[in-house]
Design a binder for this molecule. Sequence first.
Ligand SMILES: CC(C)(COP(=O)(O)OP(=O)(O)OC[C@H]1O[C@@H](n2cnc3c(N)ncnc32)[C@H](O)[C@@H]1OP(=O)(O)O)[C@@H](O)C(=O)NCCC(=O)NCCS
Length: 168
Amino acid sequence: MNARLKPDERIPLSIMPFVDYDTARRLVEREWGIDALVIGGKAYRSEEMTLRAAFLDDGRLAGVAFYRLSGMVALLGAIVVDHGGHGVGTALFDTVVNDARTAKLKKLRAITTNDNFGALHFFQKRGMRLMSLFPGGVDAFRAFKPGLIEIGHGGLPCRDIIELEMDL
Ligand SMILES: CC(C)(COP(=O)(O)OP(=O)(O)OC[C@H]1O[C@@H](n2cnc3c(N)ncnc32)[C@H](O)[C@@H]1OP(=O)(O)O)[C@@H](O)C(=O)NCCC(=O)NCCS
């Protein structure tokens, strides 16, 4: 991303449907070691989720969102940005919310882990509330998906799953 950007400076973005799942998966893998899209106690292949991407004016990929609209609850599998703090995550989050509202879904559910204070801040600031804690949920998932990171943000062990929800 542009090295001249000041902290918190918002950047012009285009949010678009994206079909290059391999590229999007790489961002997820960079964050968690594997393409871990787990929500509601179920693991999804990335192709089972809708993919939206944020692009900079020069065409570079700035971030991706994986989500699934089915039933009454929209499932946000992951949002990952290339460089945080410039509005990319918010733009992707707003896109998911708008899509889910257009599809007349009633709730949005998202997931994070015990170590990820940034995501807890991000989701709560955007209206989501803590709903469920699954102690050891990451460890259980890691048992059949080796490669999932052991140590997460701030050097904390990554082991518990936290789900958040908001009404749409
Ligand atoms: C969480 C994430 C998607 C936010 O994207 P972003 O482009 O930085 O978001 P924005 O610039 O639109 O908004 C930044 C907000 O998130 C907060 N935030 C993001 N990362 C943070 C961190 N590590 N610590 C504290 N706050 C953080 C900022 O404080 C800011 O909050 P504000 O709204 O009060 O100003 C991004 O940090 C990311 O990709 N994280 C790694 C993957 C991840 O954890 N995804 C979410 C769980 S699926």
